[in-house]
Design a protein around this ligand. Structure first.
Ligand code: FES
Length: 284
C-alpha cells in the first residue's frame, strides 16, 4: 500500500519532471509491459498503477502506428453513434473508445484514439482527456487477459489482499505488470458492484476481438479459487463465472479468512431470522 501511495503521489507532479523522477520511479520496481517495447521506459500496464497518462512515442505506439476499423466494426460504431442526437456525436466517445479498445487487444494506442477523434468529429485532445480519465481504458499494451482484483473496502476486508498476493506470486508479476508470455496482466479495480459476494475479481478476455470479448466476474474467492481460475484459463478452459461456492448471493455461507464456511442456518447474532425472507411485493 505504501508503494501504491508513493506512486499516486508522484502522479500529481508535472510530467516535465518525469526524467528527474526516474530514480524514484525505478525504486518502485515497475516492469515493462508485455515485453513489447525495446525502450527502456518503464510501462505501467493497468489502470490503478498507470501513473503516466502522458503519451510518449514508442515504436508500437505513435501517430503513425497503423490502426484501421473493419467494416463490421464501423457498422457497430455507427449503431452507437445513432443512439445520440446528430449534433452530439461526441457523446458516443466512451462506448466507442470501449469498442476500439476491444478491437485493439485491450488498450488504446495514440492512433486508435486519433481514429476515434476523426470518426466523432472531435478534437484529438478531447478524446485523450476521456481515455486518460477513466480507469476502464488502458493506455499501454496489456496481456490477453486483464485480471482485475477488486480493491475497495468490502473486498479488502474479506481477503482481497490475500488474493492479490496469491495471484501475484502464482503469475510471477506485481500489480500493473504483464506475464512474459503476454497472457495475463494483473490490475486492480475499485468496487465492481458485487460486494455481497466479496472478495471478487473480474477478468477481461481480449483474445477474440469484439465478437468474442468477455468481462466476467468471479466471486466468493479464496486465494486457491483465484489460482484455479487462472490455471483453468491457461489450459484453455472456462472457469465457473460468478460465485465459486453458491448459486447467486443466497445466504449459503461466507468466505472467512480464505475458507468458505457453509451457513448453519439463517441466523442473526440474536437468533434465527424471523422472516419473511423475501419481500411480499404485493404489499408494498
Ligand atoms: S467492494 Fe468489491 S465488489 Fe464492491
Amino acid at each position: 500500500m505504501m508503494r501504491r501511495a508513493a506512486l499516486l503521489a508522484l502522479r500529481t507532479i508535472s510530467s516535465s519532471t518525469n526524467v528527474a523522477l526516474m530514480p524514484l520511479i525505478a525504486s518502485c520496481k515497475p516492469l515493462e509491459s508485455s515485453g513489447t517495447s525495446s525502450s527502456s521506459w518503464k510501462s505501467f500496464a493497468t489502470n490503478s498503477t498507470d501513473i503516466f497518462n502522458t503519451h510518449r512515442d514508442l515504436p508500437h505506439n505513435n501517430a503513425s502506428t497503423p490502426f484501421e476499423v473493419s467494416e463490421a466494426n464501423m457498422k457497430r460504431i455507427n449503431e452507437i453513434i445513432a443512439r445520440y442526437p446528430p449534433n452530439y456525436k461526441a457523446s458516443a466517445v466512451i462506448p466507442v473508445l470501449d469498442l476500439v479498445q476491444q478491437m485493439n487487444g485491450g488498450w488504446l494506442s495514440l492512433s486508435a484514439m486519433n481514429k476515434v477523434a476523426q470518426i466523432l468529429d472531435m478534437q484529438e485532445i478531447r478524446v485523450y482527456e476521456v481515455a486518460s480519465f477513466y480507469s476502464m481504458f488502458n493506455r499501454t499494451k496489456i496481456g490477453k487477459y486483464h485480471v482485475m482484483v477488486c480493491g475497495t473496502t468490502p473486498c479488502r476486508l474479506n481477503g482481497a489482499e490475500k488474493i492479490e498476493e496469491a495471484l501475484s506470486s502464482h503469475l510471477g508479476i506485481h500489480l500493473g505488470e504483464t506475464t512474459s508470455d503476454g497472457m495475463f496482466t494483473l490490475g486492480e479495480m475499485e468496487c465492481m458492484g458485487a460486494c455481497v459476494n466479496a472478495p471478487m475479481i473480474a477478468i477481461a478476455d481480449y483474445t477474440k476481438g469484439v465478437e468474442g470479448f468477455s468481462y466476467i466476474y468471479y466471486e466468493d474467492l479464496s486465494p486457491t479459487d483465484a489460482i484455479n481460475i487462472i490455471d483453468t484459463i491457461k489450459k484453455g478452459g472456462k472457469p465457473k463465472p460468478g460465485s465459486q461456492h453458491r448459486s447467486k448471493a443466497e445466504p449459503a455461507g461466507a468466505m472467512i479468512s480464505g475458507t468458505w464456511v457453509p451457513s448453519t442456518g439463517m441466523t442473526t447474532l440474536m437468533g434465527p431470522l424471523p422472516g419473511p425472507q423475501c419481500r411480499d411485493l404485493d404489499k408494498i
